[in-house]
Design a binder for this molecule. Structure first.
Ligand SMILES: *Cc1c(COP(=O)(O)O)cnc(C)c1O
Length: 388
């Protein structure tokens, strides 16, 4: 059996995998088992923020690997405390809870919102407004938070306590806040899985106003948009928001699993001893890697992300076969005349890996991709989108 056959026999069939076995990566390049080289514009779904096997990241991880690989959260470790400090210093948030994934970061935010609202407004105040077409994860609570029925079917009954509003429809949110007791509003400021769709600035500011005036918590899901992806450290910073809870994961660890729920001043003491926990959360190796990733996301890199973004938007806006370009920073969606799956397959055949989001071609390149590789990849994409 080759690897694809073995995988198909023994691994649950939950993923429609690309027909490619990757064996090696370096920066923004990856190689398959036959030695074919690809420019990676997917970064393992926005995870490998610094590309594959970044030398500084390896050094940071390796150093910790030789010191101690796991302690449990019954003990203190420097990487976890240092990482929490950095996250707070760079966002103004006050406390961090670490998990291992985006879904767990969101689970934490949902628990904080419920506990805050129950204590402050009563046990019957627990509903969280999320947006239609959103994606917040695959656990039962985050599945219920996700405003897309395709993910719900087969797993009913859904966990109670979520109400959905159309994105960018402030009146709908206001109505829900009048009709129901609302604990929190949870949004991705750029919907990723939903098709790389940024919210409007007016809608975001409207949400902030509702949150401030009605003591409703604002939760920003930055699992995909976070850690430099949109040209700011966190995407909410593009919209002038001041969320109470920020969740992140994906790019934070640079390839190792880590998730974080950042808590602002209003909620920093909501979780107390015994109210939440995770055996692996904030593991010292993952935290050491994340500390290094954060150290690299500085003003220079963020400016670079914005410039590369402008380059791509400019090129794709003029390209024949592309109907529209959406997104922010290095998180872009292309609406193509040809079916996205065909474009993706053609790109792959020509040495460029891109992803899909709904019916769009989705680009999530490493934040530090060299300009020459980005130009080369853009050439391949512009060819692939042309009707042939
Ligand atoms: C990927 C994603 C999640 C889920 O993250 P996992 O690490 O797969 O649990 C949640 N929210 C958003 C916005 C995401 O893009």
């Amino acid at each position: 059996m080759n690897i694809q056959e073995k995988d198909s026999q023994y691994v649950a069939h939950t993923y429609a995998r690309f027909p490619l076995e990757l064996v090696k990566g370096e920066g923004s390049l990856v190689w398959d088992n036959e030695g074919n080289e690809y420019i990676d514009l997917g970064s393992g779904i926005a995870v490998s923020a610094l590309g594959s096997c970044d030398a500084g990241w390896i050094q940071a991880v390796e150093k910790q690997l030789h010191q101690i690989q796991h302690t449990s959260n019954l003990f203190y470790t420097a990487p976890q405390a240092d990482l929490a400090e950095q996250l707070c210093l760079r966002t103004g948030m006050k406390k961090v809870f670490f998990g291992n994934s985006g879904a767990e970061a969101n689970e934490c935010a949902i628990k904080v919102a419920r506990k805050y609202a129950a204590e402050k407004k009563g046990a019957d105040c627990y509903t969280i407004i999320t947006l239609e077409n959103s994606f917040h994860g695959r656990t039962l609570a985050t599945l219920a938070a996700t405003g897309q029925e395709v993910f719900h079917q087969d797993f009913l009954p859904l966990m109670e306590g979520f109400a959905y509003a159309p994105a960018n429809d402030l009146a709908a949110v206001e109505t829900l806040c009048k009709e129901q007791k609302i604990a929190a509003i949870m949004v991705e400021s750029v919907q990723g899985e939903g098709g790389v769709l940024p919210l409007t600035a007016e809608f975001c500011q409207g949400l902030q106003k509702i949150a401030d005036e009605q003591d409703i918590l604002l939760i920003c899901d930055e699992v995909q948009t976070g850690n430099g992806r949109t040209g700011e450290l966190y995407a909410y910073m593009n919209f002038g928001l001041h969320p109470d809870l920020v969740t992140t994961a994906k790019g934070l660890g640079g390839g190792l699993p880590i998730g974080a729920c950042l808590m602002g001043a209003r909620v920093e003491n909501v979780l107390d001893y015994g109210s939440h926990g995770s055996t692996f959360g904030g593991n010292p190796i993952a935290a050491a890697g994340a500390l290094y990733v954060l150290s690299q996301i500085d003003e220079v890199l963020l400016k670079d992300v914005k410039e590369k973004s402008s380059y791509l938007i400019n090129r794709f806006s003029k390209a024949k076969g592309i109907k529209s370009v959406s997104g922010m920073g290095l998180m872009l969606g292309l609406e193509t005349e040809r079916p996205a799956a065909d474009v993706i397959a053609d790109c792959r055949a020509n040495g460029v890996l891109v992803l899909k989001a709904k019916d769009k071609v989705r680009l999530l390149p490493p934040l530090n991709i060299p300009m020459e590789l980005l130009e080369k990849a853009a050439d391949v994409i512009c060819n692939a989108v042309k009707e042939n």
